[in-house]
Design a binder for this molecule. Structure first.
Ligand code: ADP
Length: 222
């Protein structure tokens, strides 16, 4: 354990004022741009913990109150209310830490789908140290709608099956999520060309995050 990493071993518990700040990279991009595909690939890499907010919600027990609430919002293509989202996010992270799936001392947190608007960015800001924004871009909207249509069948996602809902999600993304890009210093934003093969997208992502991983987590030679 090096001295500079000790700050994570804060006296204060996680999610309390003055508690540790999670070293994070945000993965941003419209629905269907391929965040899920990249997320799955990234989650196999040691030292990376990929958190997809969509997967987080889908892991909720469908019969639970929160699971039902999520279903209501998701099938309409709407966001789950911000405060509830952040509360679930905290609990989810806590459980992943307890189960040793995520270790904030050694793992870079990749947040995919959260924060999704300015309010969430503000609610999350005491807990995360945002190191980079990976902005996945695909110029052709229809390519993304096509991917979503495929996903609807393959993954049995109800929110993907309705064309109107998919297009509505796109509008919500443009209105609520895209403005987040301007909220962060532009030198932190790395554009990732998502209109190419998955291996190429992955290679662009890795070239952005490997230096961060090395700086934040490599054991320093003492
Ligand atoms: P996509 O990016 O294709 O829209 P996701 O799997 O990321 O799909 O999200 C599915 C649904 O989960 C969203 O439509 C929304 O209802 C809910 N959701 C996911 N992330 C958030 C978030 N950060 N805040 C509020 N709702 C969210």
């Amino acid at each position: 354990m090096t001295k500079d990493k000790k700050f994570l071993f804060s006296e204060k518990p996680l999610f309390e004022e003055g508690g540790p700040s999670l070293q994070s990279v945000l993965l941003l991009g419209p629905p269907g741009v391929g965040k899920g595909t990249q997320g799955k690939l990234l989650s196999h890499i040691p030292g990376i913990f990929h958190l997809s907010s969509g997967d987080m919600f889908r892991e909720l027990d469908e019969d639970s109150e929160l699971g039902q609430l999520f279903n209501q919002y998701a099938t309409r293509g709407e966001f789950v209310p911000d405060k509830i989202t952040v509360k679930i996010w905290k609990e989810y992270l806590r459980s992943k830490i307890e189960m040793n799936f995520y270790n904030p001392e050694t793992d870079l947190l990749i947040l995919d789908g959260i924060p999704r608007n300015m309010t969430q960015a503000e609610l999350l800001s005491p807990y995360i140290n945002v190191l980079k924004i990976l902005y996945m871009v695909c110029e052709d909207r229809e390519v993304m709608f096509e991917r979503i249509r495929g996903r609807a069948v393959k993954e049995n996602r109800r929110d993907d099956a309705d064309e109107l809902v998919v297009r509505y999600r796109w509008d919500v993304y443009k209105r609520e999520t895209e403005p987040l890009i301007d909220h962060y210093p532009q030198e932190m934003v790395r554009i990732i060309d998502a209109d190419t093969i998955p291996a190429d997208v992955l290679s662009q992502i890795l070239s952005a995050i490997v230096p961060i991983q090395k700086t934040c987590f490599s054991p320093s030679p003492l």
